[in-house]
Design a protein around this ligand. Structure first.
Ligand SMILES: *Cc1c(COP(=O)(O)O)cnc(C)c1O
Length: 424
């Protein structure tokens, strides 16, 4: 049997219909922005392998660091023990975070980082108040992960439909627009007494279709939320580590979060790791003689030394001026592409062309605006034939390349997007 047949016989893939999906492509090697399959075809990874990769695949510097750490200490229980990679990562990450964060809590992925944030926020009020607040405020169209808590605060849509009866109650508002500020404030006011926390993806809603919204209005909303004594949780699992052109999307905002969630790019996209960082008031609510007020949460691989080492190596690379030059170059080249696309939009089936930093997105104006739009599968196949990996979210076409991508590879992605639009 070849690899595809062996895969088909034994494996169930994420977000993939078991019937009638194209065969998965066996990838045998990654190098820079390229993925290479078993017969030697090369694909430019225009979506950073589900938004995780920052510096390119199989990066020798990160690989070497992981290898050396694996020969030293691969894993140790993180209750009652600690280790240098976890300490160093916390010390180096905290000063970069957008706001006065004082400690961080490790987990394994993006969903657990938001799950931890929600549990911390709810227990914060349980620890502090006789009648704790128990509701969460979230945006419609949001995505915070696939575990039950993170699903509960995500949009009620195709991803969560089978579980709607089982998800906890959430107060949903739309992302801020000039026309809905008054309504949003009225909703918040009506529930303010019971809302423990507000969770949001700052400025870009990723899985919901790379929807972007205004920083000024968001600041107004956040300051309103804060006057009602609601903890703010920024889910920067996707937007972190310069995807939006700044280290964190929260840097575009004056109002800073009380809790921040990180994963995906945290390790440069090499290993699974999650971080939930908190400010001092949260720490204070858990610093007590009452052992019932302990945060009883942890994962077997909490703060895995290999993953922490990968994150440190990725930070080394991120802090280099060369990396900043690359990010700036991507932002500028994207900007030109967006201008050209807007200029030719009249003759192409495309709408809502938008950009924030290294992310460019648009809707293919064909069929309904929804995740189940079949234009996605066709576009992916067409792009693959042209040597580019794109994976539209329904009819939302987007790109989010690794920072090591070179100008010619970016141009190739733009060409392929143009050609998909021409054939849509
Ligand atoms: C991907 C994502 C998550 C979930 O992360 P996983 O590592 O896939 O569990 C949570 N929040 C946001 C904003 C994401 O983009």
């Amino acid at each position: 049997m070849n690899l595809q047949q062996r895969d088909k016989a034994a494996i169930w893939h994420p977000f993939t219909p078991l019937k009638s999906s194209p065969e998965p492509i066996p990838i045998v090697k990654g190098e820079g922005a390229l993925l290479i399959d078993e017969v030697g075809n090369q694909y430019i990874d225009a979506v950073s392998s589900w938004w995780v990769n920052l510096h390119g695949h199989a990066h020798p510097y990160i690989a070497e660091k992981i290898y050396r750490q694996a020969l030293t200490l691969e894993q140790v229980i993180f209750a009652g023990f600690t280790h240098l990679p976890a300490i160093e990562l916390a010390e180096r990450l905290l000063p970069h975070l957008p706001g006065p964060f004082s400690k961080l809590f490790y987990s394994d992925n993006g969903s657990t980082s938001t799950e931890v944030a929600l549990k911390m926020a709810l227990q914060y009020w349980w620890n502090k108040e006789k009648q704790p607040k128990t509701k969460i405020l979230a945006f419609t169209n949001s995505y915070h992960g696939d575990t039950f808590g993170s699903m509960s605060v995500s949009d009620r849509g195709v991803f969560t439909k089978a579980f709607h009866e089982l998800l906890f109650d959430v107060v949903f508002i739309d992302t801020p627009e000039p026309g809905n500020m008054a309504q949003n404030k009225a909703i918040i006011e009506a529930h303010a007494g019971s809302i423990a926390a507000f969770i949001y993806e700052p400025l870009v809603q990723g899985a919901g279709g790379m929807k972007m919204y205004d920083a000024g209005l968001m600041d107004e909303l956040l300051s309103f939320v804060k006057t009602h004594n609601i903890l703010c949780i920024a889910d920067e699992v996707m937007t972190g580590f310069y995807r939006t052109g700044r280290f964190f999307a929260s840097e575009y905002l004056g109002q800073k979060p009380d809790i921040i969630c990180l994963s995906k790019g945290l390790t440069g996209g090499t290993m699974a790791l999650g971080v939930t960082a908190v400010t001092q008031p949260v720490i204070d609510a858990f610093t007590t003689d009452d052992s019932m007020k302990t945060f009883f949460h942890g994962h077997s691989f909490t703060a895995n030394p290999l993953a922490c080492t990968a994150a440190l190596a990725s930070l080394d690379l991120l802090e280099k001026p060369e990396c900043h030059r690359q990010i700036t170059a991507i932002v500028e080249q994207n900007n030109l592409f967006v201008q050209q696309l807007r200029a030719s939009a009249g003759s192409l089936p495309v709408k809502n062309i938008r950009q924030l930093g290294t992310i460019v997105a648009m809707e293919i104006a064909k069929g309904k605006d929804e995740y189940l739009n079949t234009v996605s599968a066709r576009a992916t196949q067409q792009a693959l034939k042209a040597g580019v990996y794109l994976r539209p979210l329904g009819n939302t076409m987007y790109m989010m390349p690794p920072y090591c991508i070179v100008p010619a590879q970016l141009s190739r992605i733009y060409e392929v997007i143009n050609s998909i639009l021409r054939n849509a």
